[in-house]
Design a protein around this ligand. Structure first.
Ligand code: DHB
Ligand code: FE
Length: 294
């Protein structure tokens, strides 16, 4: 049976790609952010996931304001990367997992989620940057992805409650997949930021802290606010936290926080990285030690 092993939650600011391309990771501006990936990379080396389910938002590469699916699930054999104008390198194409995509899609539709299915899909910086951060030497051979795009751009936005439910349904689908895969989930974007208008540069440490504090232990707490509340609390792009909420849902009921990093600012963004392991680490350790006693 497939196993969801953990979740990686990270900002996806395009300038990170520029810093990597110019080898600036050690600069005082960048180091505090990149340091947050040391435990993530170590964990990935041990976890060796076969598949990544990536919850992110499209930034105008596939969907523009005239055609905007609320939830879109990739079902392609390959996802090419393109740069929407940030001057980023174009990264190598991502392999898809069509069989798993269709399994997830079947499950979601049966659960009454009216999703769009995309047999052709590009991926932008919201997918490529987190992977560059996780695997700086190149993605492991054979790693496949299932991208799931959530509309965090064009109003009306889906509610946090609905995004958590979507993630939970994806998680339930993954746990019934009969393959042997180890699966990691990604939630990308956030935390608080606003790129345009009078509030450009807006950051809210208190709200970010609230999200990080409850993400592992009580993700339903993040559904207390409406999507519009979140726009007010976190900025018009801070609402990318919806991707984190969905990814957290896919981890299942219990998740344990393994690492957290929060740094202000990276570009216009309060940049955050969290690593959660699926399951209750304390309970697992207790069960193992009880077994040893028996
Ligand atoms: C920035 C943040 C984003 O989430 C994004 O998609 C683009 C730019 C920024 O802070 O520069
Ligand atoms: Fe973004």
């Amino acid at each position: 049976m497939a196993k969801v092993v953990g979740g990686i939650f990270t900002s996806h600011v395009p300038a990170i790609g520029g810093a990597i391309a110019r080898k600036r990771e050690g600069d005082p501006y960048w180091k505090p952010f990149f340091d947050g990936f040391v435990p993530v990379r170590r964990w990935l080396e041990a976890a060796k996931p076969d598949v990544a389910i990536v919850f992110s938002n499209d930034h105008g590469l596939n969907f523009f304001l005239d055609t905007m699916p609320t939830f879109a699930v990739g079902a392609a054999s390959e996802y090419r990367n393109e740069d929407e104008g940030w001057g980023l390198p174009v990264y190598s194409a991502f392999s898809g997992d069509q069989a798993l995509s269709w399994h997830v899609i079947e499950h979601l539709v049966r659960d009454e989620f009216d999703i769009a299915t995309c047999q052709r899909m590009l991926v932008d910086h919201a997918v490529s940057i987190p992977f560059e951060l996780c695997w700086p030497g190149g993605r492991p051979q054979g790693l496949r992805i299932v991208p799931i795009a959530i509309n965090t751009v064009q109003h009306p936005l889906p509610s946090p409650k609905r995004c958590l439910a979507l993630g939970r349904a994806v998680g339930a689908a993954l746990r019934t997949w009969e393959g042997p895969e180890k699966i990691v989930v990604f939630g990308t974007g956030g935390l608080s930021h606003q790129l345009e208008g009078e509030r450009a540069g807006f950051i809210n440490r208190d709200y970010d802290r609230f999200c990080m504090d409850y993400l592992a232990s009580d993700p339903d707490a993040l559904t207390r606010h409406s999507a519009l509340d979140i726009v007010e609390l976190a900025g018009s792009q801070g609402v990318e936290i919806l991707n984190w909420i969905a990814a957290r849902g896919a981890l299942g009921d219990c998740a344990t926080e393994l690492s957290r990093n929060y740094h202000i600012p990276i570009s216009n963004t309060a940049a955050a990285t969290m690593l959660l392991e699926a399951g209750d680490a304390v309970a697992t350790a207790r069960a193992v030690s009880l077994e040893a006693v028996v």
